[in-house]
Design a protein around this ligand. Structure first.
Ligand code: PLP
Length: 448
């Protein structure tokens, strides 16, 4: 934290907020009324003025095991003291191999190889590049089109931005990647409002892929990337049967299917990965966030052996995939990842999330009759609450909700436009779910 001249405050509160240009933040509004955090433990954040906020957002869909897990911080500290950095190109550390094996063991059978990077954005770009390269080496280089989905979010690299379908994230960045197209979003409020779990209506949205195949030709399409549950756009669960149908169509046309599980991975939907919940095996699966409980930056791509093995040809002294990052499989991230997976296993947090899902859904749905609530969607330990936009601007009510939650009601939640997103750590208790719902109700009334 920037602290040019220390104050008398018990924690370092910066007296100059100008230099830090904050990501995905309304900077001017923030700097007038900062939301500054100083600590975190279990289900709570501590603000710089010592208030305790219940975490309704797992930070940002990251801290599935709750905050301040000493098992993780000890592992990071020990690793930092033992091996601060190791080059990941042409050298390796045992922990990276162990972590890859353990992640592959958690994944559906067939997704047996892990390529590490440092974020969800890098994971999306890595998966898209592997798809393009795979078709090249397979003699199908004409397959260069990438298909995303309207309202999809795959991070902020050029690849992820291009296949992403949130207009506000794209429109100021020029023409982005060529040869990208989008499936329609899977949301229809009239047919799906107030659904717990996967909506009955909407499997047919997958058939739009056949239209894109007709339009472009299957032999020009490399891959389709979708989130099993679109989180950043307001929690949209896949309709029943949608992902299966997408799998059938991609398979029929030789198109790779990539699941972006940056949010849904590591228990959010009650399973290690949503692919298991839906019984659908993608060709690649991206993860980040929960892999280290948010304690160190890490992302990665799980890759099917058929794809991985296709690269393992040619002279053995040659690099098989000319891609990677200086911090791929960073020692601190690997240590954090291994300690995190231990906690998930020992505390059975994925099962816990699964068991809590119906109670969480019922509790959140009790907000249905609060003012301005247009829809509530729940899936796993995740909920999106759409509020009616204010007459004077889209997103104003949601932003007011974020501020009211932080400043007046001691809860951290996420606001995306006028949607409030709830996604607590998987250690949340039933009482704490009640507390979250009570506070969110107060927030909704405060911004009515
Ligand atoms: C589905 C999905 N993909 C990719 C990303 C990007 O991850 P990161 O911010 O770590 O780059 C996110 C972030 O929220 C996400 O939800």
């Amino acid at each position: 934290m920037l602290d040019k001249s220390p104050t008398k405050s018990p924690v370092n509160v910066p007296n100059d907020l100008a230099a830090h240009w904050m990501p995905f933040t309304a900077n001017r509004a923030f700097k007038k009324a900062p939301r500054l955090l100083a600590g975190a433990k279990d289900m709570h954040y501590i603000t710089v003025d010592g208030r305790k906020l219940i975490d309704g957002a797992a930070g940002m869909w990251c801290t599935n095991a709750g905050h301040g897990r000493t098992q993780i911080s000890d592992a990071i500290g020990k690793m930092a003291a033992t091996l601060d950095y190791a080059p990941p190109f042409q050298f390796g550390i045992p922990q990276a191999f162990e972590l890859a094996s353990r992640i592959a063991d958690l994944a559906p059978k067939g997704l047996d190889h892990v390529f590490f990077c440092n974020s969800g954005s890098e994971a999306a770009d890595t998966a898209l590049k592997i798809a393009l390269a795979y078709h090249q080496i397979n003699g199908q280089g004409a397959r260069s089109r990438l298909i995303g989905r309207v309202r999809g979010y795959h991070g902020v690299g050029f690849g992820g931005t291009s296949v992403g379908g949130i207009v506000g994230n794209r429109k100021i960045f020029g023409s982005l990647l060529a040869g990208v197209d989008h499936l329609p979003a899977t949301y229809d409020r009239e047919k799906q409002a107030f659904t717990k779990g996967e909506p009955e209506y909407g499997a047919h949205f997958a058939d739009a892929l056949e239209d894109l195949v007709n339009l472009h030709g299957a032999n020009t399409i490399a891959a389709v990337i979708v989130e099993p549950m679109a989180g950043s756009t307001g929690v949209l669960a896949a309709p029943k049967g949608y992902l299966k149908r997408l799998r059938e169509i991609t398979q029929k046309h030789g198109i790779l299917l990539i699941f972006d599980e940056v949010i849904t991975g590591f228990g959010r939907l009650g399973f290690a990965f949503a692919a298991e919940r839906y019984g659908v095996l993608p060709d690649m699966l991206t993860f980040a966030k929960g892999v280290t409980n948010g304690a160190a930056p890490m992302g990665g791509v799980l890759v099917r052996d058929t794809i991985h093995d296709a690269f393992m040809t040619g002279p053995e002294h040659m690099v098989e995939l000319t891609h990677g990052y200086t911090y791929s499989a960073h020692p601190l991230a690997c240590a954090a990842g291994l300690a995190t997976l231990d906690i998930y296993r020992d505390e059975k947090l994925f099962e816990r999330s699964n068991k809590l899902e119906p109670k969480f859904a019922d509790a959140i749905m009790s907000l249905k009759n609060q003012p301005n609530v247009l829809d509530i969607r729940t899936v796993g330990l995740t909920a999106g609450i759409d509020l009616a936009p204010q007459a004077d601007g889209v997103g104003k009510r949601g932003f007011a909700g974020l501020n009211s939650a932080f400043h007046d009601h001691d809860i951290m939640l996420r606001a995306v436009g006028d949607t409030l997103a709830l996604t607590p750590p998987l250690i949340v208790t039933e009482d704490q779910i009640g507390e979250i719902v009570d506070k969110v109700g107060k927030v909704i009334r405060a911004v009515a």
